[in-house]
Design a protein around this ligand. Structure first.
Ligand SMILES: [Zn+2]
Ligand SMILES: [Zn+2]
Length: 113
């Protein structure tokens, strides 16, 4: 429940470290990771991989707002925002290629920076 609250109250995507900071020492690393992946499997949260190599998680199933919505990464504060209703479906790959997942990252500056 504490972990769920982290996402419900968050305006932007959270990394493992953000979540750990919020929850303090109540959970160990493996418990937290196990719960994050359980949440992901259940479609409660979705994972975003930006160029930093650190996975971030945001509330909501990836498929709720168009199968692959874009994410906005702020260059200044490094916050990741889900850009809902954006669609990446018109990206066509040549014949013979099979797309498994499309991750669209928009870079720029958020309204708070
Ligand atoms: Zn920002
Ligand atoms: Zn998202």
């Amino acid at each position: 429940m504490a972990l769920l609250h982290c996402f419900v109250n968050a305006k932007s995507a959270q990394s493992y470290l953000d979540i750990k900071d919020r929850l303090g020492q109540r959970f160990d690393k493996s418990t937290l990771y196990r719960n994050l992946s359980a949440f992901e499997d259940a479609g409660i949260i979705h994972r975003i991989n930006d160029q930093s190599g650190i996975s971030k998680y945001a509330f909501g199933k990836a498929h709720d707002h168009g199968s692959n919505h874009a994410h906005f990464v702020c260059d200044v504060c490094e916050t990741i925002y889900c850009i809902e209703k954006s669609t990446t479906e018109n990206i066509n790959v040549p014949e013979g290629f099979k797309t498994k997942d499309i991750q669209t990252i928009i870079k720029g500056t958020c309204p708070y920076c």
